[in-house]
Design a protein around this ligand. Structure first.
Ligand SMILES: [Zn+2]
Length: 222
């Protein structure tokens, strides 16, 4: 899989597990630059670099790296990607503290081994000048500062680990990896109020068309 929607690439080969797929997204900005959403486990730089090379994209053309949350399969390769690209790194202010291991996260899922201080933090609703205009949507539950990125013009929702694609169905990420399920349900309901055509999930999926309907069906189940 490569360019799954115009200007939206799903980077191949960063799967940590044969049990579920992992999707690092590369988004074209309005100019000739790019934005990366999440970075994969440590060692994923090789797959990302190979992908960039295949598509003739210079690593330094990536100007921003957006993190959805602290877990190691999203941030483990952050330091390396920041070094290779010189991109500015962004996360929600709560998650920034956990990505820096100050304090070390003690909830479910793997915290980062290699703490990194992100360059910029944001709060819910902040606009991000990337990929033609994204909005940061604080969606706590999976982790306290979990953030989805919404592209209102194109109705795209980069949902991190709020959702999981399981056998073609959109589900909430399960309790064994989630800090607080009821909060995740509330976040999902809030996202269901947005106009959404595509949900770009990190594990499983993505759901490219009519995803808003699937999301509403999901939220009606709890
Ligand atoms: Zn996670």
């Amino acid at each position: 899989m490569s360019e799954i929607l115009p200007g939206v690439h799903m980077v191949e080969g960063v799967d940590p597990s044969p049990d579920f797929s992992t999707h690092v997204y590369l988004l074209k900005d309005r100019g000739a630059t790019w934005t990366l959403i999440d970075t994969g486990l440590p060692g994923s730089d090789k797959a990302i670099l190979a992908y960039l090379q295949k598509h003739k994209i210079e690593p330094t053309a990536i100007k921003r790296i957006l993190l959805t949350h602290l877990h190691k399969d999203h941030t483990g390769n952050l330091r390396r990607m920041a070094e290779l690209t010189h991109a500015r790194t962004f996360s929600h202010w709560i998650e920034a503290a956990f990505i820096a291991n100050r304090p070390r996260y003690d909830g479910p899922g793997m915290p980062p081994d290699d703490p990194v201080s992100v360059d910029e933090t944001f709060k819910d609703g902040d606009p991000i000048d990337a990929a033609g205009g994204l909005i940061a949507c604080h969606t706590p539950g999976h982790t306290p500062g979990h953030t989805a990125y919404y592209h209102p013009e194109r109705k795209l929702l980069f949902s991190g680990d709020l959702f999981f694609g399981h056998e073609g169905k959109l589900i909430l990420t399960t309790a064994d990896f989630t800090h607080h399920m009821q909060t995740a349900q509330i976040s999902a309901r809030r996202m269901a109020q947005l106009a959404v055509e595509s949900i770009l999930s990190y594990h499983g999926g993505p759901f490219l068309t009519k995803a808003g309907g699937q999301l509403r069906t999901l939220t009606e189940s709890f």
